[in-house]
Design a protein around this ligand. Structure first.
Ligand SMILES: NC(=O)c1ccc[n+]([C@@H]2O[C@H](COP(=O)([O-])OP(=O)(O)OC[C@H]3O[C@@H](n4cnc5c(N)ncnc54)[C@H](OP(=O)(O)O)[C@@H]3O)[C@@H](O)[C@H]2O)c1
Length: 291
């Protein structure tokens, strides 16, 4: 099996690419502007033709993992046209190209397809997004489930990393604590945070088992941001720390945020026997890696 990471310079894509290299797998990746290493093939989803970009580089069978997106919530409202082109129009074209080539695909959706009124959502629950980002993810899920039935959708929760990378809440909290600033958490916001290593292991299972359809890829337990921050500070022995829970309105977001977007991951666990990393273990790994 050859792995193709589309967007291997992003937060999730770069981890998958690095881990596949570490495990000696046959992996190639595309990169765009940010943090692009020389091994990556340049690909701009808006302007480049994927067939020309990949010319002669693929040995079948291939698993393509699409990690390209405009994934910032407010940016999807501010730059709606560009977001729609990247997240919907060009992503559909990419999937259509891969399926024509008999290349298996993993597409990443999000817990934001829900309105967050209830929580602990399953794959059967009706989506009801309340912001542009969520609408685009819900539109892609619907399209794939209807027309691209060989594709595997990972609907993922907020990802935590075991390394000091920008989007990692552990790293953000650590920096705030060092500056004696409070970790500000949205009140009522609950998520089934998932460890980045689980995304990697789940991708390997898709390759080995040929899974398709929709799967919630999330931790077993849901936490409010405050609960997880407390756990992080206690386990890391950080000394004094401050956590402030504030209403979402206090953050000045332009788009609404769904509150309880916890996910039920039983479908994936029962299908594969996979055990998701508990948050205590994810925090311990972060401490070990960066201690
Ligand atoms: N991280 C999470 O907690 C989380 C949770 C739920 C779902 N997801 C989903 O998982 C996927 C990956 O997320 P992520 O956190 O890794 O996002 P990310 O770090 O923002 O990465 C997005 C990637 O898209 C690329 N990209 C954007 N515009 C592009 C263009 N015109 N041409 C080519 N590449 C372009 C970026 O490259 P440049 O920066 O160089 O442009 C980057 O590699 C997304 O679909 C996201 O919605 C993530």
């Amino acid at each position: 099996m050859q792995y193709l990471i589309i967007g291997a310079n992003g937060s999730i894509g770069s981890y998958l690419y690095k881990r596949m290299k570490e495990d000696g797998l046959d992996v190639i990746g595309t990169g765009h502007k940010r943090n692009r290493n020389d091994e990556l093939i340049y690909f701009d989803i808006l302007h480049d033709d994927i067939d020309s970009v990949l010319q002669g580089r693929l040995d079948k069978p291939v698993l393509a993992i699409i990690c390209i997106a405009m994934a910032q919530i407010d940016q999807c409202l501010q730059e709606r046209e560009a977001a729609y082109q990247i997240n919907i129009v060009k992503t559909k074209e990419l999937i259509q190209y891969f399926t024509r080539q008999n290349i298996k695909v993993i597409y990443f959706s999000s817990e934001y397809v829900f309105d967050g009124a209830r929580g602990y959502y399953t794959e059967q629950d009706a989506t009801n997004p309340i912001n542009q980002y969520g609408c685009m993810k819900a539109e892609m899920e619907k399209y794939i489930l209807e027309f691209e039935t060989t594709v595997c959708i990972f609907r993922i929760s907020k990802v935590v990393h075991t390394e000091r990378v920008d989007q990692n809440v552990f790293w953000q909290w650590e920096q705030l604590q060092k500056k004696h600033e409070a970790a500000k958490c949205i009140k009522g916001n609950r998520m089934s945070f998932v460890c980045i290593e689980d995304i990697y292991q789940a991708s390997r299972l898709v390759a080995n088992m040929g899974l398709c359809g929709l799967f919630n890829i999330s931790g077993d337990v849901s936490y409010s941001r405050k609960e997880l921050a407390e756990k992080f500070f206690e386990l890391s022995g950080a000394g004094e720390y401050r956590i402030e829970e504030c209403e979402a309105a206090a953050f000045g977001f332009q788009e609404k945020r769904p509150m309880d977007v916890s996910l039920d991951n039983r479908k994936f666990r029962e299908k594969t026997g996979y055990k998701f990393t508990p948050m205590d273990a994810a925090i311990q790994s972060y401490i070990q890696n960066n201690g």
